[in-house]
Design a protein around this ligand. Structure first.
Ligand code: ATP
Ligand code: MG
Length: 446
């Protein structure tokens, strides 16, 4: 047997249904916020990612040469592709440009729970704005998505990379040197960060200040601890927090330890985590950045996030969230060979009326067909028998209750459309009531 590659997954129908459902909620929320979907290629020039993240990222990438000798890679994330697309073709669109995406990403990492080599990101980018309100909009969307899908016990930790960068700059540490330190702080490797800071000749006071700041976290009021610290960054962050409060966003924390090691983050940075997930607890990362100029465009400020779709799903599963299960509405069973044609005729008619319909394809007996219909969770079986067909009648069987009633073929579509269309759950009635204790015609049912 050939196995799938390490770090990849197959998704069975139940799993796919769950994934699509959650994805649809995410899309819906993004669109409610006025974001529109885009898509970019699964592979890109490797350079797109090394320009922004440095050659170190090559180790994590599925990079390869194609037959024309081009250095390509499966995309490890989507912010760079989106910005490349923007610089190439979207600069004339009205700003702010609000885009969202969903798709697979590839990273050569050590697979473990919540860490795969092929995984999915749902993300959004808001391009062309640099204001507390644009950052708040992005944080608000990411948080609202988590709320919408029913996630509990998550925390939205918000920091501002400018606060640390300001102190580093005062000490003459910028560019790559600053990034090196920020990367260590991002991983909470304080001792190692200290060694680098000492090497760069920073004063003991500044080193203490920086490490102290990365440990500041709590309600918005913790920003008061920065009293001695003067700078735009603090004021900016307060404004973001205020807007988020007005927007009613929950589970917010100021956390100046959110650093997100990468160079291109310029201001507000945030992460959403679900502590119960353990080591792989971060389900979303984001912040404001400027990348367009790296890809040959003018400098444009943007802000965005990427949700780790798979980790988010693991968190939902851990809290045992119920996801509505899709059911096939109807299964058509002809009792004789002669009635097979009629069965397909009815099947086609129901399908063209958007009633999901399955039909016996195995020439099974009634008993076996009913067993199969039950095993795949069909709602109604339609049984075609010689005697009934002479009167243009079929038997309609409620697969949940076993109740069975005759119904005229001419009324079948309408009855089923009604039974399905009014969606008993949505209408607030239960199945019993809808069927009036018995299977009844639509005119009687409402
Ligand atoms: P981590 O520190 O966990 O490696 P990251 O900083 O590399 O995360 P980002 O590049 O910000 O992650 O990607 C955004 C989100 O994508 C993460 O918050 C996480 O939920 C998810 N993610 C990242 N790498 C993987 C992976 N290998 N498998 C599954 N999800 C991932
Ligand atoms: Mg990572």
């Amino acid at each position: 047997m050939i196995q799938r590659p390490r770090g990849t997954r197959d998704f069975a129908p139940d799993e796919m249904e769950k994934r699509r459902y959650i994805e649809s909620l995410m899309r819906k929320e993004a669109e409610i916020f006025g974001f529109r979907e885009i898509a970019t290629p699964i592979f890109e020039h490797a350079e797109l990612f090394t320009i922004k993240s440095g050659p170190g990222i090559l180790e994590e990438m599925y990079a390869f040469k194609d037959k024309g000798g081009r250095e390509l890679t499966l995309r490890p994330e989507l912010t760079a592709p989106v910005m490349r697309f923007f610089v190439n073709e979207l600069t004339d669109m009205p700003r702010p440009l609000k885009l969202y995406y969903m798709g697979p990403c590839f990273r050569y990492e050590r697979p473990q729970s919540g860490r795969f080599r092929e995984f999915y990101q749902f993300g959004a980018e808001l391009i062309g704005a640099k204001n507390p309100e644009s950052d708040a909009e992005i944080i608000s969307l990411a948080s609202s998505i988590m709320k919408k899908i029913g996630l509990r016990d998550y925390k939205v930790r918000i920091g501002h990379i400018g606060i640390l960068r300001d102190i580093l700059r005062k000490e003459g540490v910028e560019g790559e040197n600053a990034s090196l330190i920020l990367q260590k702080l991002d991983k909470k490797m304080y001792d190692e960060a200290r060694v680098v800071m000492e090497e760069k000749g920073m004063s003991e006071a500044s080193i203490k200040e920086i490490i102290g700041i990365t440990k500041i976290s709590g309600q918005q009021s913790v920003l008061k601890e920065l009293q001695s610290f003067k700078g735009e960054a603090k004021e900016y962050l307060s404004q973001v927090m205020e807007i988020l409060e007005i927007l009613g966003i929950e589970n917010l924390l100021v956390d100046l330890g959110v650093v997100r090691g990468l160079d291109y983050y310029t201001g507000v940075v945030f992460e959403i985590e679900v502590p119960s997930l353990g080591a792989e607890k971060q389900v979303c990362g984001g912040g404001s950045y400027s990348l367009a100029e790296l890809f040959g465009g003018e400098k444009v400020f943007s802000t965005g996030f990427a949700i780790g779709f798979d980790r988010t799903l693991i968190a939902l599963e851990k809290q045992k969230i119920e996801i509505p299960k899709k059911r096939v509405d109807v299964y058509v069973i002809p009792l004789t060979e002669e009635l097979r044609g009629k069965a397909f005729e009815i099947t086609a008619r129901l399908r063209s009326n958007e009633i999901s319909t399955d039909v016996d394809l195995m020439r099974r007996s009634l008993q076996k067909n009913l067993k199969y219909a039950a095993s795949i969770g069909v709602r109604y079986a339609i049984i075609l028998g010689e005697r009934e067909m002479e009167k243009n009648i079929v038997l309609l069987r409620d697969m949940d209750t076993g109740e069975q009633v005759p119904i005229a073929i001419t009324e079948l579509t309408e009855w089923l459309a009604h039974a399905r269309g009014i969606a008993p759950e949505a209408a607030g009635g239960d199945t019993k009531k809808r069927l009036g204790g018995k299977l009844s015609r639509p005119s009687d049912a409402s």
